[in-house]
Design a protein around this ligand. Structure first.
Ligand SMILES: CC(C)(COP(=O)(O)OP(=O)(O)OC[C@H]1O[C@@H](n2cnc3c(N)ncnc32)[C@H](O)[C@@H]1OP(=O)(O)O)[C@@H](O)C(=O)NCCC(=O)NCCS
Length: 187
């Protein structure tokens, strides 16, 4: 597997491994109800964030089926504005998944789309994945709009297939194949 070199740079952003000193910046948004609403976790306490961050500091290289959790930094100010997740779920079938969580103070500017695009590029160019997918709650409109901006297709709508935070779960799956992504990036 290729060794990743950090930071990974895009137009307005830097993506780099999470460090323990990032905990307060991450806590600032992981503690919010609106950020946790459609995640499999509740708003996180300082202690809970410190625990997550400690794990994430080691999630910066992939060897086989592993995962990345990277901090997203705004180039112009150096602020930590969000975090992105990437996981190779099946190394043999070359399948992977992405996720993203951003501070509401930095939403609505295309930063999450830009960071997720970096993860797709990583998945297809660096790790030669065949398909990248992502899931979201059907009510999480900003999340599925982002996936559609990336060129991902809605593959599934699971209706009332599980219980989530006290009610029925409605879930969308989106995906893009490497050849579809290459077609988009050349047009
Ligand atoms: C999901 C989430 C990351 C989406 O964030 P977002 O800010 O809407 O997404 P982007 O950064 O890509 O910004 C897109 C918006 O910025 C606008 N925008 C402004 N400048 C832009 C630019 N240069 N490029 C692209 N979009 C731009 C777009 O028009 C879009 O606005 P719209 O939705 O009103 O049309 C965010 O809502 C979030 O963190 N939610 C909480 C955590 C969560 O639920 N994560 C997903 C779990 S599945």
């Amino acid at each position: 597997m290729s060794k990743l070199i950090y930071p990974i740079v895009s137009g307005r952003l830097l993506l780099r491994p999470v460090t323990e000193s990032d905990a307060p910046s991450i806590q600032a948004y992981h503690s919010l109800e609106e950020v946790a609403k459609y995640q499999f976790w509740e708003p996180r306490s300082e202690e809970a964030v410190r625990g997550e961050v400690k794990k994430w500091t080691t999630h910066n290289q992939i060897d086989g089926e592993g995962e990345l959790q990277l901090a997203v930094i705004l180039k112009k100010s150096g602020e930590l504005i969000g975090d992105v997740f990437f996981k190779i779920t099946d190394a043999t079938a070359r399948q992977g998944t992405v996720g993203y969580t951003f501070n509401p103070a930095f939403q609505g500017k295309g930063y999450a789309t830009e960071a997720a695009n970096v993860m797709l590029k990583l998945g297809f160019e660096t790790f030669d994945l065949h398909r990248v997918f992502a899931r979201c709650d059907a009510r999480n409109v900003p999340s599925w709009r982002l996936m559609e901006r990336l060129g991902m297709r809605r593959e599934a709508h699971f209706k009332e297939h599980a219980l989530f935070k006290g009610g029925w779960d409605e879930e969308f799956y989106y995906a893009i194949l490497q050849r579809e992504w290459r077609q988009l990036t050349v047009t």
